[in-house]
Design a protein around this ligand. Structure first.
Ligand code: ARG
Ligand code: ASP
Length: 671
């Protein structure tokens, strides 16, 4: 008992200390953090960060597309985000004649900027606590309709703290967003999947867009005579950089974190979900990588798919390592035990036990769902079958049936080996028995399905036929049917019950640790994180400095290795040290800054976010975290968690010296 109490005391101390750099704060409540921020070096006010009465920094930030952040850097609507955020747009404008992914793209005047149908950027107009209104009986729909002002704004009501708070978010959405510039992938994606989630890092991960508006500066569909949008506010760029220890903050749209869950969720992540998903993706990646190595055409064809499969795959591995190292499950179990002691006799008594029981009930459905998504639905043919109504020949542009067949065999084998019989469709089992092996099943499936190649797909479409009896469609339907009847209902209702329990547990944690500040979990709403530029102890005896330079690019440079083959122009500039006004002196030598680390608490969605100095000036663009940091979505460790940003001076250097688009810099505000 005594031991337990000591652990609990130590744990509380650890939690309140950790809070120093941890947290993604709501801009409208930043006043509650401002003293702490100022004590750490921030020189502006809460009103500078967020205001409904005057232009504030928030007016220079957008949700870019549906999962990244971008920031305004000129009075004429110029916007920066990551290369990996603009990747889809850059790719869609690329062809063999104009390979912008490989060679980069630099509009030399406004007329050359390229429209991107479907791409939007959303400005947060305001956010408002509507918890009391909803408690008093107001209908969320009515609140939203009133706030939308007849369609002028797009609105959302989001819950925070597991439905303990509700906030209204009002956005203005611009729909004419044009591509202005992108570096060649050998800069914008330098290091590729090899360096992804790693430090030291040398990626020039940026791209440039411009927002267009109608003559009244209002959102409009693309039209040739739309004009550059005039933002309420744009960022001043600092060309002075930041040193270790300097204050920084990241202002953007973090996607999802789960800091207040019980040990059960972490245990599921660490011991069930991540291992299965990692294993399945390893199998897919092994097949894809081998095919890519055998054929340069396949390497290009599967580059984007490989990158997106590998991104989460690598993150989960880092996350599992971090959770194990932090003993997050054990720590949470100790916390829960101590919480229950405190809660005895209160309305919170037994809540962690109830959560535990619900999680136990959920486990088989959650596991089955993982296998459906990561094994069966990961087969591209099964993906085609799932959206056969929307399928076009364009979907086959980057498709290799040979790769997909090899993947399918491995996915079915793994699925058969690991999934409980009640989740295996009868139609599928019967076919498998008929064929005799997974290999034979896949031969039959790909041999018979018209969806398995562009030609056979096109032939059926040309004849005006349909795919109702196509074996891939029948297989997909069999799995969908099990998902719909055997998994989804339980999964959904148990999760609803779990959320209801968390509603209570969240309040309990807040009552229990009444002097701890609880920031709301990320939910793709605008947040402020702050922390200083900092290196970290990467291993015993190994300290990682918080910045990299062009010298590291040159050390990695290797024309033989795709991920490390830089443009010749960069080699030439390095040889002549012609860094122009972007060069700096480090350790007595002239060099060029490339990337830097800081302690900001970030997650997926923060990509493209501005990282700012104590005056709110732009220091760089956030794009990643380090390998050891990735558990921060569940358990943040101030000693080790670091966000990675590309130094704005490297961005400007590339625009200026590699792109020859220095005219863009003229419209920015530099300090
Ligand atoms: N890891 C970063 C994030 O989660 C960057 C991913 C893009 N880069 C890549 N090599 N796949 O999005
Ligand atoms: N790379 C991530 C993104 O695309 C950021 C992160 O997970 O740190 O949003």
């Amino acid at each position: 008992m005594k031991k337990l109490l000591t652990t609990a005391v130590a744990l509380c101390a650890a939690l309140s200390m950790a809070i120093a750099d941890e947290g993604m704060w709501l801009p409208c409540l930043i006043g509650e953090r401002i003293d702490d921020m100022r004590a750490k070096g921030f020189e502006l006010t809460a009103e500078d960060i967020y205001s409904v009465n005057q232009a504030a920094l928030k007016d220079a930030i957008v949700l870019f597309g549906r999962g990244c952040t971008g920031e305004l850097v000129s009075a004429e609507g110029l916007l920066l985000t990551n290369h990996h955020c603009g990747y889809g747009q850059i790719q869609s404008h690329s062809s063999v004649e104009h390979d912008y992914l490989t060679n980069g793209f630099w509009a030399m005047n406004r007329a050359e900027e390229l429209p991107n149908p479907g791409l939007t950027v959303s400005f947060l107009v305001r956010m408002e606590d509507v918890t009391d209104q909803i408690a008093a009986g107001a209908k969320p729909e009515d609140i939203r309709t009133a706030a939308a002002e007849g369609g002028k704004y797009s609105t959302a009501i989001e819950s925070l703290y597991y439905n303990n708070k509700y906030y209204l978010f009002v956005y203005q959405v611009y729909r004419d967003v044009r591509l202005v510039a992108a570096p060649p992938s050998s800069i914008g994606k330098f290091g590729g999947d090899t360096d992804n989630w790693m430090w030291p890092r040398h990626t020039g991960d940026f791209s440039v867009f411009r927002i267009y508006a109608d003559k009244d500066n209002q959102p409009a569909d693309y039209a040739k005579d739309n004009v550059p949008y005039t933002p309420k506010r744009h960022f001043t760029i600092s060309t002075k950089g930041a040193e270790e220890g300097d204050f920084t903050f990241v202002y953007g749209f973090p996607g999802t974190t789960r800091e207040y869950v019980t040990s059960d969720f972490v245990d599921y992540t660490l011991n069930h979900s991540n291992p299965a998903k990692i294993r399945l993706r390893t199998k897919r990646l092994d097949i894809i990588t081998a095919a890519q190595e055998a054929d340069p055409a396949v390497r290009i064809m599967y580059a984007s798919k490989h990158a997106s499969i590998a991104n989460a795959w690598k993150k989960w591995q880092g996350e599992s390592l971090g959770l194990a190292r932090r003993k997050t499950v054990e720590k949470k179990l100790a916390y829960e035990a101590e919480f229950e002691q405190w809660a005895a006799g209160s309305e919170y008594e037994g809540i962690t036990r109830k959560l535990h029981d619900k999680y136990s009930a959920l486990l088989p459905y959650a596991v089955a769902r993982d296998y459906f998504n990561e094994a069966v639905y990961a087969i591209e043919l099964v993906g085609f079958a799932g959206r056969v109504d929307k399928l076009s020949e364009a979907n086959y542009k980057d498709y290799s049936p040979a790769i997909d067949k090899a993947v399918a065999v491995e996915m079915f084998k793994d699925f058969n080996h690991n999934v409980a019989p009640e989740f295996v469709p009868q139609w599928y089992t019967a076919k498998l028995n008929e064929c005799g092996s997974e290999e034979a099943l896949v031969e039959w499936l790909f041999g018979q399905s018209a969806l398995a190649s562009k030609e056979s797909f096109a032939a059926v479409v040309a004849e005006g036929g349909n795919f109702d009896e196509d074996p891939a469609v029948l297989l997909r339907k069999a799995f969908d049917e099990v998902a719909r009847t055997m998994i989804a209902p339980h999964y959904t209702s148990l999760n609803r019950e779990i959320t209801e329990l968390y509603n209570v547990y969240m309040r309990g944690q807040m009552a229990h640790q009444s002097n701890r500040t609880f920031y709301p979990d990320a939910n793709l709403t605008l947040r402020v994180a702050y922390g200083s530029v900092a290196g970290y102890q990467a291993a015993d005896g190994v300290y990682h400095l918080p910045y990299t330079t062009i010298d590291g690019i040159i050390e990695k440079d290797n024309p033989e290795i795709y991920d490390y083959d830089i443009p010749q122009s960069l080699r030439d500039i390095y040889a002549s040290k012609d860094y122009g006004r972007w060069g700096i002196e480090r350790d007595g030598k002239l060099t060029l800054p490339v990337a830097f680390l800081a302690k900001n608490h970030t997650t997926g969605g923060n990509s493209g976010s501005p990282i700012l100095n104590s005056k709110g000036q732009l220091l760089g663009i956030n794009f990643d975290r380090t390998w050891l940091s990735t558990m921060s979505d569940l358990d943040y460790d101030a000693d080790i968690c670091r966000n990675i940003s590309v130094d704005i001076r490297y961005v400007l250097f590339v625009i200026d010296k590699i792109g020859g688009a220095g005219y863009l810099i003229d419209e920015m505000t530099l300090d």
